[in-house]
Design a protein around this ligand. Structure first.
Ligand code: PLP
Length: 423
């Protein structure tokens, strides 16, 4: 039996209806933007393996840092102990985060980074003796699959079985072009009618919604409204962080600063699962007290795993090289050229680009379902042609590793253009 067949005996895959899904492809090896399956077929990973891998597969620099850390101190509990990789990582993050972010809390994945932020927003007001229990989130948001993260998420595919079991969340429209006022007005109204503790958002790009984009000025305005009304703001940069938008963080495009930020995905260059939630000193101070009950009683066994921290440090160093910054600029320039070329195609309704993110929407008769037949047809065509892309309904997006070569990128564009002929 090959790996794909053996997989079916015991493995349960994420977001998968096993009865109707195609068999998984068994990947044996990766290098740079390329992956090879067990039959040695080559694929271009044009979505950086769910947006985690900016620096390429099997990256030697990160691998060496991990090996060195594993053979020095692989793990130690973070309750009552600390270690150099965590301390240095915190110091390095302070150099690149918005200046008001002063404290960092570790967890293991994007959902838990969000879970921590939401719990902190709620307990912040609890500790101050104020009753504020509602969280504000965007329509079609995606913040993860744990319970509070799911509550904040607005894509029904992920949450419909659990309606009625969530913390209190109210939604406002995304301030996409032409809908800014609607978004601002709804936020005012929501704050007036609910006791809102926090507003969580994916800054500038809603990833899982299909790379939906909106302007920094609009987010600045929403954050200002929250600040005027004592509502904490949470920038979920799990997808956008570490260069994807062309700046280190999407929040770097803004004038206003958030109270908290959530980081994961590219944090360790796609090697070791790790996440961070960052905070202002004012938030930390609301938990700093003689009273033990005011502490944040949240933690994970692998909190601040030293090996994960070492991987994050090596990843940060890679991101900050001129070579990597040039790669980001090169991919962006290339996307803009492809956008110009493809936007007049009659099968395309809209295109958008920010940093290394490119998206186009395909004209459809009716609205295309998230995991519907059009999506599957597109996906299968890409796989047949050796390109890993996961369309969202009728939206095709590209988010490659920064190190993807020009030749590989052109091949991805060609296949995207070709798919328009079969829809
Ligand atoms: C992927 C994602 C998450 C969830 O991260 P996981 O590591 O999958 O739990 C949260 N927020 C955003 C914006 C994401 O893109």
């Amino acid at each position: 039996m090959n790996l794909t067949e053996r997989d079916q005996n015991h493995l349960w895959h994420p977001y998968t209806q096993h009865k109707t899904a195609a068999l998984p492809i068994a990947i044996k090896r990766g290098e740079g933007a390329l992956l090879w399956d067990e039959n040695n077929k080559e694929y271009i990973d044009a979505i950086a393996s769910w947006w985690v891998n900016p620096y390429g597969h099997s990256n030697k620099v990160i691998a060496d840092a991990i090996y060195k850390q594993l053979t020095t101190l692989e793990h130690v509990l973070f309750g009552g102990f600390t270690h150099e990789p965590a301390v240095i990582l915190a110091e390095r993050l302070m150099e690149i985060l918005p200046k008001n972010q002063q404290k960092i809390f570790f967890s293991d994945n994007g959902s838990t980074a969000v879970e921590v932020a939401i719990k902190v927003a709620l307990q912040y007001f609890f500790n101050k003796g104020e009753k504020k229990t509602t969280i504000i989130a965007f329509e079609n948001a995606f913040h993860g699959d744990t319970f509070a993260a799911m509550a904040a998420s607005g894509i029904s595919f992920y949450t419909q079985a659990f309606q009625g079991m969530f913390i209190d969340v109210v939604r406002i429209p995304v301030p996409i072009k032409g809908h800014e006022k609607e978004s601002f007005d709804t936020l005012h109204e929501v704050i007036k009618n609910h006791n809102c503790a926090g507003f969580i958002f994916e800054p500038l790009v809603q990833g899982a919604a299909g790379m939906v984009m909106y302007e920094p000025e609009s987010l600045d305005e929403l954050i200002k409204i929250c600040q005027e009304n004592n509502v904490l703001t949470i920038a979920d940069e799990v997808m956008t962080g570490f260069g994807k938008t062309g700046k280190t963080f999407a929040m770097d495009y803004l004038t206003e600063k958030p109270d908290m930020m959530c980081l994961s995905k590219a944090l360790t260059g796609g090697t070791i699962p790790m996440a961070i939630t960052t905070f202002t000193s004012a938030i930390f101070d609301a938990f700093y007290d003689e009273d033990i009950n005011k502490a944040l009683f949240h933690g994970h066994t692998f909190t601040a795993n030293p090996t994960g921290c070492a991987a994050a440090l090596a990843s940060l160093t890679l991101l900050q090289t001129q070579e990597m910054q040039d790669n980001i600029a090169r991919v962006n320039k290339s996307h803009l050229a492809f956008q110009k070329h493809i936007e007049s195609n009659l099968k395309v309704t809209t295109t958008r680009v920010l940093g290394v993110i490119f998206a186009l929407e395909i004209k459809t008769e009716s609205s295309a379902s998230y995991y519907g037949t059009l999506r599957n047809k597109l996906y299968d065509f890409f796989i047949e042609n050796g390109i890993i892309l996961r369309p969202v309904g009728n939206i095709v997006y590209i988010l490659p590793p920064y190190i993807i070569t020009d030749e590989q990128l052109q091949k991805v564009y060609k296949v995207v253009e070709k798919v328009l002929e079969i829809v």
